[in-house]
Design a protein around this ligand. Structure first.
Ligand SMILES: C[S@@+](CC[C@H](N)C(=O)[O-])C[C@H]1O[C@@H](n2cnc3c(N)ncnc32)[C@H](O)[C@@H]1O
Length: 263
């Protein structure tokens, strides 16, 4: 498959998708947003310059700009960038553009205090592209900047198996002998074993900080989570935030967030 064909498949997918809706559609998706924002805010310094790559319709980026940060948002899907533009007309500290995580040529080296790569890693199907998305993110980050990468663990792709639209009978063909899914670009979504994701950073100029289970058990137990009373949900949230860096939570989570500091 050519690179452009693969890009078209992703753009077509996100043309049909309402990203704003996705992050508030239920408690599980909202938890992914709340947890990610919590960690973004934990590491933000006043006056920070932020870049979000794969910003979709700007749920994170526009919120951060409204909080007063200087935000640049990049997305591969032109429709999403148009939506961001229309939502941010009055924001002078926000700009957005169509761009590819694999080649951020419009952005200069060492520009941002925080770089959020929240989406592109879900759609990469060869080692060269995975490394390139990481090296481009780190290239535009200042020395000492915090970089965050959202990714899907293999267990998440398995439990939400609909993501790959494959019959379980075909599992033998699509996984390797370590239970990793093979790189099949037509499938749109790809996933990692946690240790393989961490290995991608071994030769980079970064210091590992943490790996967060952004939706923890909420996706696997969504029916239970949805029917909790507000008080019950509040107690569950408290538990989730205390435990979301634990290894056992990471095994359940539909989305993970790798956080590091550029040296
Ligand atoms: C699942 S959404 C994530 C949106 C938002 N950042 C979030 O975390 O909810 C993925 C977004 O990444 C964009 N995307 C996918 N591959 C990309 C790439 N190579 N470069 C830039 N954006 C990309 C898609 O167009 C889509 O809007």
């Amino acid at each position: 498959m050519t690179i452009n064909k693969h890009k078209d498949i992703i753009i077509n997918k996100y043309n049909e998708y309402d990203e704003d809706e996705r992050l508030v559609s239920d408690r599980g998706h909202n938890l992914e947003y709340l947890t990610t924002m919590r960690y973004i805010e934990k590491y933000l310094k006043p006056g920070a310059k932020i870049l979000e790559i794969g910003a979709a319709t700007g749920r994170y980026s526009i919120t951060l700009a409204k909080m007063g940060y200087d935000v640049t948002a990049v997305d591969l899907t032109p429709k999403n960038v148009e939506i961001m533009k229309s939502k941010s007309k009055d924001l002078k500290n926000f700009r957005c553009m169509v761009g590819d995580a694999l080649n951020l040529r419009k952005l200069q080296d060492k520009t941002f205090d925080m770089v959020l790569n929240l989406g592109p890693m879900y759609h990469l199907f060869n080692k060269k592209d995975k490394n390139k998305a990481i090296s481009e993110t780190l290239r535009v980050a200042k020395k000492g900047a915090i970089c965050m990468f959202a990714y899907l663990p293999c267990a998440s792709l398995m439990s939400g198996y609909g993501l790959r639209h494959l019959a379980a009978e075909r599992l033998g063909e699509v996984m390797d002998n370590k239970g990793r899914f093979k790189d099949i670009p037509e499938e749109i979504f790809n996933a990692f074993h946690i240790e393989d994701f961490k290995k991608l950073f071994e030769k980079t100029n970064t210091k590992y900080i943490t790996n967060v289970a952004t939706d923890g058990i909420a996706y696997a137990m969504r029916e239970w989570v949805e029917q909790l009373s507000d008080k019950g949900y509040e107690a569950f949230l408290k538990w989730h935030f205390i435990t979301c860096e634990r290894l056992d939570q990471q095994g359940y989570s539909a989305h993970l967030l790798y956080i590091c500091r550029r040296k």
